[in-house]
Design a protein around this ligand. Structure first.
Ligand code: C2E
Ligand code: MG
Ligand code: MG
Ligand code: MG
Length: 284
């Protein structure tokens, strides 16, 4: 209804609408050029074993180092990048940079076998060309395929179409790992899930947030039972589980009791620049 309201000078405040307006009116207008200007950076967040705390993987999370606005998080520009189609080139850049960084860590610390996990937008995962892109990136970076994990959302892979399924099987055929991101927040087709060549389910942060471990109120128990059920489902399908958004030791304790394998969140470390990951690997 923005159009019907004319220029919207008198419109009530609507955060979603204002985000779009800000983008249109120019504050994020530099987005298409940001890639050529080298303004994107990757931060990496540890994914650790809940058994012994060892860092098994890191998730690559993109940020935009805006010359005036400072560091901008992906929630503020990924949507716009998807709308404008920039996501394909941006996604290729993320993949290349992440594989290059991971290859560097692997060369210096081969025993760590550190996996790098890269988010793929639905639009990237849909395009059959993604298979060549991933194969070329692995070849040019020299990163072993099994040290790359690709994160896809339920909506990107749960369709009934055969084409995306073929693409996923070809990706898996390269030897990379495939994870479903934010599992439990989208629409999952369980019959379809068992046909997917995936290796890991990432449980969405809201479920983990509901596990407080301290006050046993009803809401608490429901989220805990959902996590319990999802961990059992994943294990029945021989998949790893990563709990996202783990913030407290109490949550980690409950997740461990529920047999969740791996976790990610502020408790174990925030997303940090590549150097900080190197320092962790060096044992500092
Ligand atoms: P995601 O893939 O689910 O990433 C996890 C998000 O949880 C990250 O937000 C991370 O900073 C945040 N997080 C970390 N620790 C905690 C915690 O203890 N509690 C809670 N509640 N959250 C925590 P971030 O970096 O803002 O990224 C947001 C989303 O942007 C990502 O969600 C992903 O969907 C998207 N994204 C990020 N990088 C890329 C990318 O390179 N390509 C694509 N297509 N999407 C990306
Ligand atoms: Mg992710
Ligand atoms: Mg996630
Ligand atoms: Mg997300």
């Amino acid at each position: 209804w923005a159009k019907a309201q004319g220029r919207g000078r008198w419109a009530v405040y609507d955060p979603e609408r204002s985000a779009r307006d800000i983008a249109r009116s120019g504050r994020l207008a530099g987005l298409p050029l940001a890639l050529d200007r080298g303004e994107f950076v990757l931060h990496y967040q540890p994914i650790v074993s809940l058994l012994d705390g060892r860092m098994l993987a890191v998730e690559a999370l993109v940020r935009w180092q805006h010359p005036q606005l400072g560091l901008i998080g992906p929630d503020r520009f990924i949507g716009l990048a998807e709308e404008t189609g920039l996501i394909v080139r941006l996604g290729e850049w993320v993949l290349r940079q992440a594989c290059r960084d991971a290859r560097g860590w692997h060369t210096e610390f081969p025993d760590a076998r550190l996996v790098v996990s890269v988010n793929l937008a639905a639009r990237q995962a849909d395009a059959p060309a993604i298979v060549d892109t991933v194969a070329d990136t692995l070849a040019s970076s020299g990163l072993p395929a099994e040290l790359l994990q690709l994160e896809l959302t339920e909506s990107a892979v749960m369709g009934s179409a055969e084409e995306p399924l073929r693409t996923l099987h070809r990706l898996a055929g390269l030897g990379v790992r495939l994870a479903i991101d934010d599992f439990g927040t989208g629409y999952s087709n369980l019959a379809y899930l068992r046909r997917l060549p995936i290796t890991c389910l990432k449980l969405a942060a809201p479920f983990v947030e509901g596990i407080r471990g301290d006050e046993p109120d009803a809401a608490d128990h429901r989220d805990e039972r959902i996590v319990d059920a999802l961990v059992r489902l994943a294990h029945a399908l021989e998949l790893w589980v990563t709990a996202e958004g783990v913030e407290t030791e109490a949550q980690a304790e409950r997740l461990r009791a529920l047999r969740c394998d791996t976790a990610q969140g502020r408790l174990f470390g925030p997303p940090e620049p590549a150097d900080a990951i190197r320092t962790r690997l060096a044992g500092g």
